[in-house]
Design a protein around this ligand. Sequence first.
Ligand code: NAP
Length: 309
Amino acid sequence: MEKVVIIGTGCAGLTAALYTARANLTPLVLTGKQPGGLLTTTSIVENFPGFPEGVDGYELVTRMQKQAERFGARVQFAMLDSADLSKRPFTLVVDGEKVETQTLIIATGAGHRHLGLESEHKLENKGVTYCATCDGALPMFRNQPLVVVGGGDSACEEALYLTRFASVVYLIHRRDTLRASKIMSDRALAHPKIKPIWDSAVTEVLDVKQDKVTGVRVKNLKTNAETVVDCAGVFVAIGHVPATDVFKGALAMDDAGYLIRKDVANTDIPGVFVAGDCSDRVYRQAITAAGMGCAAAIEAERFLEAMSQ
Ligand code: NAP
């Protein structure tokens, strides 16, 4: 029987792992399909305190994992298939195996939102991607025009990163102002290689028949005029969806799928705690996820202590 199982190894899960490990609870930490979470797909993280020069996202989570393991956290590359939270101990099915646990910390994070176009789906990994740092340096994108879709911090970050490889980066956004923070917007719009295309939506990724990306069909949402923008790659950066499907019916969630918390970390079910992007539609920062992971760990520790008295 486990005392604590943590689902997710992003900033939230690994901080919860560090705190519960230091409390001698030897947490079992399951990675899910993306070990390290979304932060591993960013390049330089400039707003995590303690790193005045910035830190590589992958390096940051790798260090967090090592720190948690040093105190006894057991990180396992495994997927949660299902969770029965109707009674304690909770019963999880992990890669087909039953695991019983007294407490559960859910830090499953979020995945990339898709445009929802059939052509986008068909050309995924054939020029359509959701991660510039993972794919931007591929030969197929070098010295080519590229498209980034979105207007948030992620879109600006992706566009800026791609300027290293692309001949030009078209930033296609559905409004005429960016949602991104001022520092990121200013940087992106000042870059000579980044060309914004405002008030526009991508309606089709071309060319499914050729089985590769050759351009995008773009509709101006004010005039309805359609144009084709030639490009070799489409980087979709339009936000995220919480990775909470496995808890549907078991835990309360809002209409977008974010798990509902009673306060910082508690859910309606005593012994089940949440942390990070899977339950945060407001801040969604590495540092807030880490803070929530800390809170969830302290709550789990208190819960176990109260149970044993
Ligand atoms: P976001 O802030 O939610 O922005 C998503 C963008 O995509 C918005 O501009 C939105 O348009 C657009 N969008 C959403 N759905 C769309 C659709 N179906 N079609 C076309 N466009 C669509 O997401 P994010 O940029 O991934 O950022 C998430 C969080 O991470 C934020 O809190 C951000 O600050 C943080 N972050 C920070 C950094 C950094 O500080 N360096 C880097 C990356 C992310 P509208 O503007 O019209 O809604």
